[in-house]
Design a protein around this ligand. Structure first.
Ligand code: ADP
Ligand code: TZD
Ligand code: MG
Length: 572
């Protein structure tokens, strides 16, 4: 007869099946905040050799998971407790879905029987119903033998087609369910070809090439979908072989170096207005591209070619004359094949010279402003020095959020390598900073430079303890202008409360980093700033640089002040 010990040895349970299912699918990093009912899950995961990183707030763990998905093309995993932890993670899940990043939010939940009768369980909430509208797919696993299938479905849903966020609900009861370990093992599923290639139809490629070759003033726009696809060589070849000028959206910067001769980045308004055919590659015609119409697109007629994996994206804002539906790697390869098989004439010198002249004059106009040594620093002086840091250290991952801090950094700092610029994404979310920086360091091992508005930093600032705890090579620079957009607003009533956009004057964010054993530096000039950041990257030590910025230098909402509704009766 088997002893009790031998009998237990032949058993597995919900905890271990979740771990085995994730490991079988090569998922080994978890971004989490512990608590009932998932504390032991995190412990067992760590014991099983997974990397389990604990955060101070689930939203930051969620942003970490989201960007891990963008960087790796595998779902980033965020693990939370029930109701409040779940809700804290939900913003990040919605953000991942909005940005087309693959992510799985796994949350523990309370007893179904009690939740559904609303009898007041510990952290009672119908999480599945709440998550569903905010993600691509939402699943709940009730029985241990379904854990393998549940995790397989979540993985496939997150990365196949247009990537996005998936919610996986694991009730507390599930973890302790016991089953025979052999039966358990055979219930696990290793997902085969989780994100199958999707080849474009040959006639769609022919149609696209017909439009492109007739163009007098063609333009390619690369979006973060192009960066995500990791088809870097093919995209570069398409741009160089076709000779078509291109614009890179924020997180597509560096797919080709921003200094590439075909980059129209410094002539953005000109090319949007003057182009006659625009080929979008992994970029949506949403607000970030003024929906493909209106003043910024000029009054010349335009035709759009659109490459995207999501068929419903076609004609979403304007007519698409040549939709190309498929994965970017396959679509770009097919276009390259097409170009090779026809007599391809590159765009006219008149068009490329018009752009080149504009790019050059804009770069010259900017150069002297970037070299200013004003104290207190303005955005140009401070970012001019960080621009050089990235030029000399192109493998550094730049994380960026804020309003002026974001908009100026995006246009001033050239990127040289793919997927090295990570920012606020489609929604312009403040608070992605520290979670993004942590995942970037963990997933790539590269140094990370996070350029943060002081307001933006505040949303996730407590995670600098996490950065110190895991000793990550992250240098955070807080652009401290004492407020949101500016530090100069005054309360018009003269009341004791300061204006709504203003923070404590002369705050020293560097001292927060020192509190956790990291390095804190306070700087007031561009030279000091670049010295501090170079030293931080050389040392690989967690560092926070408090960069004192002129409180009057910024503008309302950075570059998107036009989106603020205007009151006709309100007085400022
Ligand atoms: P940006 O903000 O940089 O303009 P968007 O987030 O608007 O970029 O667009 C990204 C697009 O890329 C989405 O429409 C998404 O469906 C698409 N996409 C993501 N991955 C792929 C892929 N592998 N192949 C094709 N399209 C993709
Ligand atoms: N909350 C969230 C989650 N996202 C937002 N985008 C905002 C609020 C509104 N918001 C912006 O759009 S930018 C910004 C806020 C609060 C902060 C800007 O101030 P900053 O940058 O200090 O980060 P600058 O350099 O002072 O402009
Ligand atoms: Mg600020």
């Amino acid at each position: 007869m088997a002893t009790k010990k031998e009998e237990v040895a032949r058993l597995t349970d919900g905890f271990h099946l979740v771990i085995d299912a994730l490991k079988l699918n090569n998922i080994k990093t978890i971004y989490n905040v512990p608590g009932i009912p998932i504390t032991d899950l995190g412990r067992y995961m760590q014991a099983a050799g997974m990397r389990v990183l604990s955060f101070r707030h689930e939203q930051n763990a969620g942003y970490a998971a989201a960007i891990a998905g963008f960087l790796t093309k595998k779902p980033g995993i965020c693990l939370t407790v029930s109701a409040p932890g779940f809700l804290n993670g939900l913003t990040a899940l919605a953000h991942a879905t909005t940005n087309c990043f693959p992510m799985i939010l796994i949350s523990g939940s309370s007893e179904r029987e009690i939740v559904d009768l609303q009898q007041g369980d510990y952290e009672e909430m119908d999480q599945l119903a709440i998550a569903r509208p905010l993600c691509k797919a939402a699943y709940r696993v009730l029985n241990a033998e379904d854990i393998g299938i549940g995790i397989a479905r979540a993985i496939r849903a997150s990365v196949s087609g247009r990537p996005g966020g998936v919610y996986l609900d694991l009730p507390a009861k599930l973890f302790a369910q016991v089953m025979d370990s052999d039966v358990g093992e055979s219930s696990l599923v290793k997902v085969v070809d989780a994100a199958p290639r999707q080849l474009p139809a040959p006639d769609a490629i022919d149609r696209a090439l017909d439009v492109l070759k007739e163009a007098k003033r063609p333009l390619i726009i690369l979006g973060k979908g192009a960066a995500y696809s990791q088809a870097d060589d093919a995209i570069r070849e398409l741009i160089e072989k076709s000779g078509v000028p291109y614009l890179a959206m924020s997180m597509a910067k560096g797919l080709l170096p921003d200094t590439h001769p075909q980059s129209a980045g410094a002539a953005r308004s000109l090319v949007l207005k003057e182009s006659d055919v625009v080929m979008l590659i992994g970029a949506r015609l949403n607000w970030l591209l003024s929906h493909g119409k209106g003043k910024s697109w000029g009054d010349k007629p335009k035709q759009f070619i659109h490459i995207d994996i999501e068929p419903r994206e076609m004609d979403s804002n304007v007519e698409i004359v040549a939709p190309v539906v498929g994965d970017i790697g396959s679509c770009v390869e097919s276009l390259l094949g097409g170009i090779a098989s026809i007599e391809w004439t590159p765009p006219s010198a008149a068009w490329t010279k018009l752009i080149k002249d504009k790019v050059e004059s804009n770069i010259i106009r900017m150069a002297s402003r970037l070299q200013n040594n004003n104290i207190p620093m303005d955005y140009h002086g401070a970012l001019g020095s960080l621009r050089t840091v990235i030029k000399e250290r192109p493998e550094t991952i730049l994380v960026n959020e804020g309003a002026n801090t974001l908009d100026f950094a995006r246009s001033i700092i050239d990127m040289y390598q793919p997927r090295k610029r990570l920012d606020v994404g489609t929604w312009g979310v403040m608070g992605v900073g520290m979670g993004t920086a942590i995942a970037a360091a963990v997933e790539t091992g590269n140094p990370v430079l996070a350029i943060e508005g002081d307001s933006a930093f505040g949303f996730s600032g407590m995670e600098i303890e996490t950065i110190c705890r895991y000793n990550l090579p992250i240098c955070v620079v807080v652009f401290n202008n004492g407020g949101i957009y500016r530090g100069t607003d005054v309360n018009p009533t003269g009341d004791k409360d300061v204006a709504t956009t203003v923070f404590v004057k002369e705050a020293r964010y560097d001292k927060m980093m020192e509190a956790f054993g990291g390095v804190g530096v306070n700087v007031s000039s561009p030279d000091e700033l670049s010295r501090a950041v170079n030293a931080a990257i050389d040392s690989a030590k967690p560092t926070l640089v408090n960069a004192v910025i002129d409180e009057a230098a910024g503008t309302e909402s950075g570059r998107i002040g036009n989106l603020n509704p205007q009151s006709v009766v309100g007085k400022n």
